[in-house]
Design a protein around this ligand. Structure first.
Ligand code: ADP
Ligand code: MG
Length: 868
């Protein structure tokens, strides 16, 4: 607040810096203008309501990798190419105007490269009024019913505001009217078409909560800062067409509240939007002319339009502005269209122009440095000096950054690729600016008067007018009212006295006057009564209003508390939002990890399944194979069993035949033997019935030997240290390399059975070879015991058969079978061969023909099972 407190003994000390410790960051908004032509390369993309993304143009990417990668910048809000001026105003400038009306200062500047839309944003064009005309419009829409008469407020020359008395103000007004040819009614004036229709009426805004018990006045100033010089664009200089005087630069001063102001700067009091904008346009024209005359580029100057709003409370009657300078509040809104932020190299500056460009850069550089230092001070708690004084722009606005008001910045960008590098710098600066915080301005103190004075005064005036009207006659100001009142009295009789004896006129006059006096008395009474009534009515209303005011202030307090609470909760929400973002990010990562694992799991499962299937297949293959093998084994077994049976039967038949032949021979022998005793005995042909005997015997499992061996009368003693063996090996035998040869010490080896040898021994063994069913040579050791017959001969009773068999290792199954039985003490005794029921048939031992064994040497017997 720029507050005036002039005078030797100010009633209130100058306002100190706001004690408010609440801070707001500088509000930085970004506006992206549309491309000039459709086919231009675009390097900016609005990706959300608050974020833009910069893409390095194709040419740049190739040159410097890394530095020009895609970058995002966030702002309080981003306005895309379709944003209307009204939308922008509502978000950016409207709150500042509301603040202005509520006695708070504001600073709004547009920043950006030349051609990025700063002027378009700030000033606009007909039909597309910018922030400036809209701000003016809203101010007047809000305060016009409460505007003070012109010259009631009068700026002093020290950034303060005085209140003039009614007479002085009136005199000033008359002076103005006589000096200028401005018509009295501005609404009927023709408006300059250059700035007509900046804002359509339906787009108008109005501030709420305007204090009706104050009077307002608006003052505008317009300055330009060029090459670090300040020029007053509203200064009235006598125009000299022959030798135009170069404009004089202005100085910056500090007022007694330590606020900066341009000394001697013109402040024009304006009463309407049109008037205000006309003043602005005048300044604009002047600026254009000066730039042309002095060959300057307007893009290199900063223009500052200052709107000052003076407000002072009405007096107790609510009729006039209170004549107290200390009660005057002045708030200001600065609208700054900064110079183009491009670097010197881009401006193609030469000579003196280079210096200018350098200075322009200097002031923007200083702004940058100030922002940097401010940010550093705030973030690191340091107390570095901010170099505001290094340039006029920063110096002029230093109070804002020290907490004198809200600061907002609209960063304008042109998305064209040519501007990319400059835009990048603009973005960096803008981002940094957002980190600077500015103290929140404090609320204006409330003046001591009861609220509602203006309305009461109005009500009173209306009531008075009504009453007077009731009495009839037109009411036209105070003088007419008086004459009307006079007319309502009874008219006076002619008061010319005819002579000393005229005693009619005077008494008549007296009577009329008395009547008048009575009426007057009545009227005075009436008036007093009405006045009293009104007074009491007003007092009552006063009371009501005070109560309401108290209530409102109480509510205000509560609202403040609630605001604080809301702020706290907002902070908490922000924190939680950040946290939730973080968690979301984490979840994302986990999701991804889990997806990978899921994928792994699926592939492994697949593999497992395929393996299982393979296993299953193999198992079923195996089972099939097994069953096939079993089938083959069974078949083979059956085949061999049949074969065995066939062979056994054939053998049996053969043997029986042989046996029969031998029997016959034996009988013949017997006959020969008995012939010696009874010579006439004729040999008998065996009967037909007898012939049939052998097959019968073969059927019997235990054939009885035809000649049962005679029980030995003299059993040879075994005690005499071992038996003697007759080892009968027919010459036909093949000599095999059998390891397991019978070990028979003291044996008598014979090739044919001889009576002589048998008589000397008690044991007999015949080594018999034959070809077995499988084609192998099979050796059988047929053992027997030798007995002496009654006739003095020798008889052998077979007791045992050992079979020795050579096998080729190829016929595996047989070999296995023989090995299964395990080696016995006799080596190759084939126990196993006799285990099967089928094979446990009788075995006929063939006494080879020509073996010279006599009858009774045949034996059909079972081998004894060997005990393990
Ligand atoms: P600056 O002041 O930054 O140098 P200007 O405001 O003069 O730029 O804009 C340059 C040109 O671009 C002007 O012709 C203006 O009308 C146009 N322009 C800028 N911003 C916009 C926008 N948002 N919409 C349409 N035209 C725009
Ligand atoms: Mg411009």
């Amino acid at each position: 607040m720029i507050r005036q407190a002039k005078g030797k003994t100010p009633r209130r000390p100058p306002l100190k810096k706001p004690s408010n410790n609440q801070k707001d960051p500088v509000g930085v908004y970004c506006r992206v203008r549309p491309l000039g032509t459709e086919d231009e390369e675009c390097c900016i993309e609005v990706i959300s309501k608050t974020t833009i993304q910069l893409h390095a143009p194709d040419g740049l990417k190739a040159n410097r990798n890394g530095e020009f990668k895609e970058t995002q910048y966030s702002f309080k809000k981003v306005f895309g190419i379709k944003t209307t001026q009204r939308e922008l105003y509502e978000d950016v400038a409207k709150p500042l105007v509301e603040d202005l009306i509520h006695c708070k200062n504001g600073l709004l500047f547009t920043y950006g490269v030349t051609g990025s839309g700063k002027t378009h944003t700030m000033t606009g064009s007909p039909g597309q009024g910018g922030l400036l005309p809209r701000s003016l419009d809203m101010i007047f829409n809000s305060i016009s019913p409460y505007q003070a008469k012109r010259y009631v407020f009068k700026p002093d020359d020290k950034n303060g505001m005085e209140v003039q008395n009614q007479v002085d103000a009136l005199l000033d007004r008359q002076k103005r009217d006589s000096q200028t040819n401005v018509p009295k009614t501005p609404t009927t004036r023709r408006i300059d078409p250059e700035f007509a229709d900046m804002i359509s009426p339906e787009e108008a805004f109005r501030a709420d909560g305007v204090d009706e018990d104050s009077s307002y006045s608006v003052f505008v100033s317009y300055i330009e800062i060029y090459n670090n010089y300040i020029y007053d664009l509203l200064e009235e200089t006598p125009f000299d067409p022959i030798k135009p005087k170069p404009p004089q630069s202005k100085l910056l001063r500090e007022d007694q509240n330590h606020n900066m102001y341009v000394a001697g700067c013109t402040e024009v009091e304006v009463k309407s939007t049109e008037e205000a904008f006309e003043v602005f346009w005048r300044g604009q024209k002047k600026r254009r002319i000066a730039n042309t005359q002095l060959n300057r580029e307007s893009s290199r100057s900063h223009s500052v339009f200052i709107i000052k709003l003076a407000q002072a409370p009405l007096d107790a009657d609510g009729d006039n502005v209170l004549q107290d300078k200390n009660q005057v509040n002045v708030s200001q809104l600065c609208l700054v269209d900064l110079a183009g932020s491009e670097r010197t190299s881009r401006t193609r500056a030469e000579g003196s122009r280079l210096r200018e460009a350098g200075n322009i850069n200097q002031s923007l550089m200083t702004l940058r440095t100030c922002i940097e230092v401010l940010r550093e001070n705030q973030m690191c708690g340091t107390n570095k000096m901010v170099p505001y004084r290094d340039s006029k722009v920063t110096h002029l606005f230093k109070n804002y950054f020290d907490g004198e008001g809200k600061v907002r910045m609209v960063v304008c960008v042109n998305p064209k690729a040519d501007d990319y590098e400059e835009t990048l710098l603009v973005m960096r600066f803008a981002e940094m600016t957002q980190e600077v915080e500015v103290a929140r301005p404090v609320d204006r103190p409330i003046c001591g008067f009861a609220a509602g004075r203006r309305q009461r005064n109005q009500v009173f005036k209306e009531e008075l007018t009504r009453r007077l009207e009731e009495r009839g006659g037109p009411v036209n100001g105070e003088s007419t009212t008086l004459s009307q009142l006079l007319l309502s009295f009874p008219s006076l009789p002619p008061c010319e006295i005819g002579g000393p004896n005229d005693d009619i006129t005077l008494p008549r006059l007296i009577e009329a006057l008395e009547k008048r006096h009575k009426i007057r008395q009545m009227m005075v009474d009436e008036y007093n009564k009405t006045a009293n009534m009104l007074k009491s009515m007003l007092q009552e209303q006063d009371g009501n209003l005070v109560a309401k005011e108290n209530f409102i202030s109480e509510q205000h307090g509560r609202l403040g508390e609630k605001d604080k609470m809301i702020q706290n909760q907002k902070n908490e929400i922000d924190r939680l939002e950040k946290k939730s973002k973080m968690l979301e990010y984490k979840i994302d990562i986990l999701q991804k990890t889990s997806n990978i694992h899921e994928e792994d799991k699926r592939t492994l499962q697949h593999e497992l399944e395929s393996r299982e299937q393979r296993l299953q297949r193999e198992l079923s293959d195996k089972r099939r194979m097994e069953s096939r093998m079993q089938g083959i084994v069974c078949d083979t077994k059956l085949k061999w069993e049949k074969e065995c049976e066939r062979r056994v039967n054939a053998k049996q038949l053969e043997m029986q035949n042989k046996l029969w032949v031998k029997d016959e021979k034996l009988k013949q022998l017997k006959a020969i033997v008995t012939e010696g005793k009874s010579e006439n005995r004729q040999p008998q042909r065996p009967s037909r019935e007898k012939d049939k005997v052998p097959p019968k015997r073969s059927a019997s499992p235990t054939p009885v030997p035809t000649v049962p061996p005679v029980r030995p009368l003299h059993r040879r003693s075994h005690s005499a240290g071992g038996e003697r063996w007759v080892d009968h090996k027919p010459t036909t035998n093949v000599d095999l390399d059998t390891l397991m040869q019978p070990n028979l010490p003291n044996a008598i080896k014979v090739t044919a059975a001889s009576e002589k040898a048998l008589s000397k021994c008690d044991k007999y063994v015949l080594t018999h070879q034959e070809v077995a069913s499988d084609g192998e040579i099979q050796t059988k050791l047929i053992k027997g015991e030798v007995f002496k017959t009654r006739g003095g001969g020798q008889s052998v009773q077979f007791t045992d058969i050992e079979t020795l068999k050579q096998e080729s290792p190829v016929s595996a199954s047989r070999k296995r079978r023989s090995s299964e039985s395990g080696p016995s003490h006799e080596g190759e005794r084939m126990d196993g061969d006799w285990t099967d029921v089928e094979t446990r048939c009788s075995v006929a031992v063939e006494m080879r023909a020509g073996s010279n064994l006599g009858p009774g040497y045949q034996h059909h017997g079972y081998p004894k099972r060997k005990k393990p």
